[in-house]
Design a binder for this molecule. Structure first.
Ligand SMILES: NC(=O)c1ccc[n+]([C@@H]2O[C@H](COP(=O)([O-])OP(=O)(O)OC[C@H]3O[C@@H](n4cnc5c(N)ncnc54)[C@H](OP(=O)(O)O)[C@@H]3O)[C@@H](O)[C@H]2O)c1
Length: 330
């Protein structure tokens, strides 16, 4: 099969088409003939050498795919060859065939294309777990989502609004991104290059603060996030784009406001934990795509061989929403 090899890692240009044997399904797994593979920021980190795959995972890039099931392990009853699915993968998505646990596959929501479905798993697994489970967001509460125009951000805005029934504030880097986030359900979108988001959040909540912050920035955002939280607020860290070290951290507000500071990364979670998230998505989130209340947000598609251009676009941060690789449309 054709796949993208990124060698020892480095610049986007390190990625080249190469040939390897097709994977075979291990117990509990299916092998998917990949039509489309989603591109995610963690792929960029892995390609540049900063985010090695967990032990046992495919070294090939690609955390989500959609396509037709080619083969299933003898113990898999849920799916059969020919079924069209999207899947969270343990890696290996930038390839014509990709193995994934059967329990991490979901049907293509009715009304969505296979390409749109390929853009869902990594964002929606991550956001469901961090906003609903870790962040414990409830109806009537307020959430601040940083990086609103990212794949993760647009899932968080919609999930918070539609599933949780929350008020949603978000931060973005330009006016076009702000407008898109409002269109996708954000009540307020703040341009952090022109506005002081911390001051604006305090003003918007009459100094009460927000109940949940979903943050991918860290660094100097952490103390600002802590100050932006209301009593009993939850700060959920899902990435550290501005660095993981926090200068001048003050633990006093954690105690005085009884805050929770938590976070997670999806990839090293167990097969069972990810299967539980898949089941929650099938039950609570996929029906909202089928009724049109949640919407996919594809930005651009590149052929597999143009993976370097897809990564360069992501690294430019000019995109809004998802970038997808076309592997072998069926
Ligand atoms: N914890 C997990 O399990 C998990 C899973 C998946 C992804 N993630 C993380 O979630 C984040 C979003 O992922 P994604 O795939 O949705 O990414 P993406 O679509 O590439 O979006 C990233 C966006 O973040 C914004 N941003 C804000 N501060 C930034 C900074 N200091 N450096 C770079 N970009 C910055 C940029 O938009 P602006 O113009 O608004 O700045 C950029 O477009 C990534 O950091 C990723 O590693 C975490």
């Amino acid at each position: 099969m054709r796949y993208i090899d990124h060698g020892p890692g480095g610049a986007a240009s390190a990625m080249k088409i190469a040939i390897a044997p097709q994977p075979a399904p291990k117990a509990g797994e299916v092998v998917i003939e990949v039509a489309y593979a989603g591109v995610n920021r963690p792929d960029v980190l892995q390609r540049s050498g900063g985010y090695p795959p967990p032990p046992g995972a495919s070294p090939v890039l690609g955390l989500e795919v959609a396509g037709r099931i080619a083969t299933v392990a003898p113990d898999v009853a849920r799916w059969k060859p020919g079924d069209v699915v999207c899947a969270l993968t343990p890696g290996g998505g930038y390839a014509e065939y990709c193995a994934a646990p059967a329990a991490h596959c979901l049907p293509v929501p009715k009304g969505l294309t296979v390409k749109e479905a390929a853009s869902l798993p990594e964002n929606w697994f991550t956001v469901y777990d961090n906003v609903m489970t870790r962040g414990r967001l409830k109806a009537g509460e307020t959430i601040l989502v940083h990086g609103g125009s990212s794949g993760i951000g647009l899932a968080a805005i919609q999930l918070a609004k539609v599933l949780a029934g929350a008020t949603v504030y978000t931060t973005v880097g330009n006016a076009e991104k702000a407008e898109y986030c409002r269109k996708m359900g954000a009540d307020v979108a703040l341009n952090y290059r022109e506005q002081d988001w911390a001051a604006e959040t305090a003003r918007l909540t009459n100094k009460r603060g927000v109940d949940v912050v979903l943050d991918m920035v860290a660094g100097d955002y952490v103390m600002k996030n802590v100050r932006a939280l209301a009593l009993e607020g939850r700060l959920v860290q899902i990435a550290v784009l501005n660095g993981s070290k926090i200068a001048d951290f003050d633990a006093m507000p954690l105690m005085l406001k009884r805050l929770t500071y938590t976070g997670s990364t999806l990839r090293p979670r167990t097969v069972e934990q990810k299967a539980a998230i898949a089941a929650a998505l099938a039950r609570e989130v996929w029906p909202l795509f089928e009724s049109g209340q949640l919407k996919p947000y594809l930005y651009r598609t590149f052929p597999l061989a143009e993976a370097p251009a897809a990564h360069a676009l992501m690294e430019s941060s000019t995109h809004i929403g998802k970038i997808v690789l076309e592997v072998k449309p069926q």
